[in-house]
Structure formats: C-alpha cells, structure tokens
Design a protein around this ligand. Structure first.
Ligand SMILES: Cc1ncc(COP(=O)(O)O)c(C=O)c1O
Length: 452
C-alpha cells in the first residue's frame, strides 16, 4: 500500500510528462468535443487489482484532452481562472506535506504561513489589523460563512430581513437557504441604470419594512458582479447598513483583488467599511481551483458562529496568536490552502499580480473601444472592472451568431448574459495569458462575422 521510493519517482516522472503534454494542449484548439466512448470508459469503477502507473496516468492524459481548456488566454467566459503553475505546485506540495492545518498546535509554522496570507488579504482590502479570515473552497462557501456570521450577530426571527444586490451571485441565495433563512426573509433590490443596487429604492424599502415591524439584519452588496463587473455604491451602502445596524457583506469574489491596483482601490472605495468580504483567489489571483476566502472585521465573530466541541478534542492546545481554523469556519479537516497562495505570492512577488490585474483593466477598456468602432456593434456600458459587454444592434440572433463564431473558432471561449432584456456578450479578462494580440484577433473575427 505504501509505495517505495522507486514507485514514487515513477509516478512523479509520469506526472511530469503529463504536465508537458498539457502544455502542448494549451497550444491546440481551446475546445475539443468528448467522444461518448471516452466518458463511458472512464465511468468504470476501480478494480481489485493494482494497475501500472503508466496505464492509469495515460487514462488521465486522455480525459484531460477534452472539453474547454481553461488554461488558454482565449478563455473569456464566465469568470476565468488562470490556474498559475506555481499555484498547482503549491497545491501538490500541500498535499504531499500532508499536515493538518485545521488546528494551530498540529502545524504552527504552516498555520503561520496561512495567517500571513490572510493578513495580507485583509490589508489589501483596507481592513483593520485585527480583522480575521478563513480560506475556504471558493466564493460560494465564503458567502455562506458570512451569512452564518451575520445571522448569529443580528437575526432575531421571522420578522428579520436581508437585502440583496439585484445581481447577487446565486451562491448568496443558496447560502441563505443552507443557513436556514426562508426565502420570504430575503429582498432582492431593484437595479439602477448601471445594474447596481438602486439606493433610493433600498432606502424606501427599509423605511417601509421597519414601519411594518421588520428588522433588517444583513445587506449584501457586490464588488464586481459576475455578469457585468458592476460595483455597488459601497460608501452609501455602508452608511445605510450602519444606520440600520445591519451586517454589511461585500461579495468581492471576482473584484476583490483589484484593490491591489490604484484604479481598483478607487472603484472599490468603501469595501474597507464592510463587516465581511468574500474574495476568490482562484479568480483574481489566477490560482488553481479551490481557494477562496472570507475576511471578517470583528475579531471573534467567525469563532462565535462556528465554534463546536467534542470530548475527543480534549488534547487540543491553544497557541497565542495562531487560530484553529476548524473553529473559524464550516470545515474540520481541510487542505493546507494557504500554500496555494503563499508560494506564488512569494515566488512572483505582489507587484506581478498588481501589474497583471492592471493589464486586465486595460484590456477591458481597449476591447470596449475597438468593438464600439465596428459597424453594427454596441457596447451598452463602459467596463467598471475587467468585463467588457457588447452585442449586435441587429438583435439577439445576430449577437448569438457572434457567440457561435467566437466559440467555434478554436481560439476563444465567451459566454453571454441578458442586459436590458437583450442578449449581450461578456468578455471577462482575468487570465494572465490573455494578450493584446489575442484581443486584436478577437476583434477582427467579430468584424468579419458582422461583415457576413
Ligand atoms: C460575484 C461572485 N460571487 C460568488 C461566486 C462563487 O464563487 P465560487 O465559484 O468560487 O464558489 C462567483 C463565481 O463566479 C462570483 O462571481
């Protein structure tokens, strides 16, 4: 069961060859249809007998040739994830080291590394030095963890109300449901002309609800909505949350790390006034999937919402200044996620992330300018962060033709949404491999498609 050194080396060498094969795939078409037979073969369960590493890895190599290749710069669909190679090495090392980082006393030095990442994130967001955080699997779990903190802090019962930004990510509704909050307690607010929360409408709703005896306990804003990248008016919302003693949560899963840049800091001004902020390092830090985080301004709030005990925990030792993450969040056993971020942040330096995010903001502006100049194309709004919206003036069918042309080109993956009841293409720039040349090629393809 325990492999000897030679077996380990063979496996590592096999994995190295597979990574090299993936680099070749990244130069091929961005999409490859998966033959049914490949799927049916891979649905087979494992057998009793051991299989040679080469055979096993070759099945993985085959499987990873199909579907959309998320490691290419042409991936502009949904919210891209760069999948930095150094992050993948961090993930591999974290599982190879195999330390339990759920409790500080088991691995104080490794927990210190994870804490250093969380403190850096909190500082980047402008949160105070005693803010606390937890790294989780992604934005969804971070949003739910924030909801649980807010619920413990301020929800009194069925008369309580939570107010949601109009394009709240679906994980917010899911998180409310999983946290036992009935749908009837949640109010989705109307949008202003830029798709952000309509502040006067929110004020009217709050006044009316309070007059009817309801108790606001949470306000959820978004800093970079998934569809358009719009940022809610955070300073005004912070004022409102303070006035109503409601927990102010900002879902910055996509937009949060833009605070590393000057323009992002300006656009996300007010985020530092939030009670909690969701960030997603597998989005805007380009790391491999599986690392998001929640920063909470109030020391002890995470523990109050999550602490649990058991007789078998009697030997757990507390250490000054280092947390037990199992008591700060929903997970007990968890991967050493801190290393996924710690390794790339130290290897590349923070400036590299800042420059890449700045480049993403530039690409979004350049894309808007170039697309606007194509006859028959309109850009309904200027990009607020790194998402550019455009559509055909001729209507939805013409817009869908462009989606088809881009997605069948072998070079791009784009996705669409609806804005003002019109199908609208979104180009989400968040991949370090997306270049200016690639954007020029995309614009040229849109132009050719429009010209028929
Ligand atoms: C604004 C926002 N919040 C939350 C999420 C959910 O994050 P995850 O997919 O990491 O769970 C997303 C995902 O795209 C998002 O864009």
């Amino acid at each position: 069961m325990v492999p000897g050194p030679a077996d380990r080396l063979a496996l590592v060498e096999g994995a190295r060859l597979l990574v090299e094969a993936m680099e070749v795939r990244h130069l091929a078409a961005i999409f490859a249809a998966t033959p049914d037979v490949v799927v049916s073969n891979l649905l087979r369960p494992p057998g009793e007998a051991a299989e040679p590493a080469g055979d096993v890895l070759s099945r993985l190599a085959t499987a990873s040739q199909f579907g959309w290749d998320k490691a290419q710069g042409g991936d502009l669909a949904y919210i891209p994830s760069g999948g930095l190679f150094t992050g993948a090495v961090g993930a591999w090392l974290a599982s190879a080291i195999h330390a339990f980082t759920g409790a500080a006393f088991e691995a104080p030095a490794l927990v210190a590394m994870e804490e250093s990442v969380l403190r850096w994130v909190a500082d980047t967001l402008g949160m105070p030095g005693d803010a606390e955080g937890i790294l989780l699997s992604g934005g969804s779990l971070a949003n739910q963890t924030a909801i649980v903190c807010a619920r413990e802090h301020g929800r009194v019962g069925p008369t309580s109300r939570v107010y949601l930004t109009p394009r709240a990510h679906h994980s917010v509704r899911k998180g409310l449901r999983l946290s036992g909050i009935p749908d009837a307690e949640a109010r989705s607010m109307p949008a202003d002309s830029r798709g952000r929360i309509d502040v006067p409408a929110l004020r009217r709703q709050l006044a009316q609800d309070c007059a009817e005896g309801a108790a606001p306990w949470m306000l959820v804003a978004v800093a970079g909505d998934t569809d358009t990248g719009a940022v809610d008016p955070l300073p005004e919302l912070a004022d409102i949350a303070t006035q109503y003693h409601a927990w102010f949560h900002v879902d910055a899963a996509y937009g949060g790390f833009f605070t590393l840049t000057g323009r992002g800091t300006e656009r996300l001004r007010g985020i530092e006034r939030a009670d909690s902020v969701t960030v997603d390092a597998h989005k805007s830090l380009f790391l491999p999937y599986g690392i998001g985080g929640l920063i909470v301004k109030h020391p002890g709030a995470l523990v109050r919402a999550h602490a649990a005990d058991g007789a078998y925990l009697r030997d757990v030792e507390d250490l000054d200044g280092l947390p037990h993450y199992f008591g700060r969040g929903p997970e007990n056993t968890r991967p050493f996620r801190g290393l996924l971020a710690w390794l790339p942040l130290h290897l590349h330096g923070v400036a590299a992330f800042r420059m890449t995010l700045d480049r993403m903001l530039d690409l979004a502006i350049e894309a808007a300018g170039s697309l606007r100049s194509i006859p028959g194309i309109e850009v309904p709004r200027d990009p607020e962060l790194s998402i550019t919206l455009f559509r055909a003036t001729d209507g939805d069918e013409a817009t869908e033709r462009i989606v088809g042309a881009l997605n069948n080109s072998g070079r791009f993956h784009v996705s669409s949404t609806t804005i003002d009841d019109r199908v609208t293409i979104r180009l989400a720039f968040l991949h370090p491999r997306t270049s200016r040349e690639l954007l020029d090629d995309l614009v040229a393809l849109v132009k050719r498609t429009q010209a028929g």
